[in-house]
Design a protein around this ligand. Sequence first.
Ligand code: GLA
Length: 737
Amino acid sequence: MITYLEEARQFQLDTPHASYVAALADDGFLCHVYWGKRIAPQDMTALLRLQEPPFVPTENERERASFMDCAPFEYPVSGTGDYREAAFGMETASGVRVCALRYVSHRIFRGKHAPAGLPHTWGEGAETLAVTMQDKYSGLRVTLYYTVFEGLDAVIRSASCENAGTEPITLTRVLSASVDLDDDRFEMLTLYGSWARERQVQRRPLMHGKQRLDSLRGESSHQYSPFFALLRPQTTEESGQAFGFSLIYSGNFMLQAELTQFCQTRAQIGIQPEDFAWELPPGAVFDAPETALVYSETGLGGMSRTYHQLWMTHLIRSPWRDRDRPVLINNWEATYFDFDLEKLKAIADEAAALGIGLFVLDDGWFGHRDSDNCSLGDWTPDPRKLPGGLKPLTDHITAKGMKFGLWFEPEMISPDSDLFRAHPDYAIGTPGTDRTQSRAQYVLDYSREEVREAVWAQMKRILDSAPVSYIKWDMNRQLTEVPRRTLWHGYVLGVYALMERLVTEYPDILLESCSGGGARFDPGLLYYSPQIWASDDTDAKERLRIQYGASLFMPPSAIGAHVSVCPNHATGRNTPFETRAHVAMNGTFGYELDVRQLSDEEKAQIPAQIARYKEIAHLVRSGRLYRLGDPFAPSGFAAQSFADFDAWMYVSPDGREALFTFVQITAEPNMKSRRVTLAGLDPETAYRYTLCGKEYVHTGAYLMQCGVLIPNLWGDMKSVQILLKATGEKGEMRSAE
Ligand code: GLA
């Protein structure tokens, strides 16, 4: 619900448990008043401290700079006395960089604004506040949008800039949100990593100064994610305040928390201002990406569940969002580039016999690509590996009752490709300088429509000639030698434009995006692809951390996760086959291996694993996630107990069904069973479940207060999975016959 208190000139957005309040100060400044636990609308503008000398903005012109440098602004600009980080910057054609954004008008309406060409939230139950401000010098107008969706503790913010003046303007900084929180009692949780080690979690106290994470790679990156949370020091997984910030964007970003001289916190997120520019001729409009601000009083868990629900119900559009997705087998770790028709058919035969529903042909099927040295840009099947094209293979696969999926890397071009030989200018580069190769490839200039068309025509030919029901859209390098500052964002818009075309013309294709593993694992891509390959590291132990980090802000059903062989190709580690499946079920679930090389014992487990996944897929999709363990917990000598385990559960929205998974990371000799308390269940409901071959019926209260006893398991990385179902009776503590 959104209210405007006329007298106080105050805007208030209320969600089930939170309120977000902004107000107009003298002279048309839009100031931040409050974000926190829900409160009934009332005049809260005293919190702005506007009467405290020397800040009175209009009465004390002499101290205007002091006011600017500490007032809590909703969309701060630099150059007029606010020395904290600005949210907005521009330069007019005649060189004016000073900007004075002041309130002009506001609107409150049902529905929401849709930023042009960008992924965005949508759907029923939206209400929006739009506040328009104008720069009195250039005429530029900035409209800040704030949307709330019924039932969700989230505020979607974005900014739209319109050149309503007569001079061309260059935008140099347009963040999506800036929030001036009134205190400093925060810790900052962020995600960091690298290739094959994505989304590690770090949490640290805020320090005076700026704490920034960002990307200048042209993608959201392996290294940092466009998400962070501010937490109270006492906030835990299931209690305490958490303030989440997640940007719906897949290119350069920056996020920052700045602890100021008055012990206040300015939290910001948006497109990376460094090396950013956008030309805005008179009459033109620029939309910044949306960002979702989430408030939780139930710790990190509550914050994550709100993000999951928000993205599932108001961001992902694919019809596959609510469908059981086929269990796939991908040939990448099975064959890499070394395959031919016969080998693929043999793998497909075994996979089909085990009940796998989708065969995905990964890299190496086109041009003359025997390694990653060539052929990107030439999307025609390699006649040496696939004589007669894709048809003999797809005929074979579909005859087995399986679906067929295909890998593309549409944004790339190899120097050794017909496309490059014909159009060297299609690759991003700065004239007069060398292009830097990465994985022996260049990036196509997707800001140019003709370049996108050249790739699309080839993709379309393939899609119209073969029964492709799944696409893996990869992107395996970062941008270099970017010739102009407008290209970073123009590139991302181009990628979105082509993805939009793909999902519009082929709406039923299941699209999985990917970027050298998880370098573009962000909500922006969820708008096009309901699942994203999370990491090239398929080691179950590493995946515990990667998937934990990913689940903080992304829905588990979007986390691409596969069972692969051991020793694992990324780490050399051995883990039990069963555990690998349990961990991959905490995501999309599939196999990435040569089934022919599995032991009989491993192979025999596959049909049951598939059956289990089909039974629980709806829980991973629409259940509420509770993280019960901590794969980052130290197990060194300082640890007081052997807390070296991970566990999580999904509870169906009606509370009648739940899936609990436990992984003992390190075995300990001579220990008793471990008691793990569950979460999210209905205390009154009795649940039936089987643990170690014995059936139990216990109430949710018992399971949440007393827990289940997991026996000390023999071996590292052993796991237990329990499916709990409501019995329909009121529960009592008893063991069933
Ligand atoms: C990237 C992907 C892998 C695989 C290879 C193929 O690294 O993340 O899954 O598709 O490319 O080259």
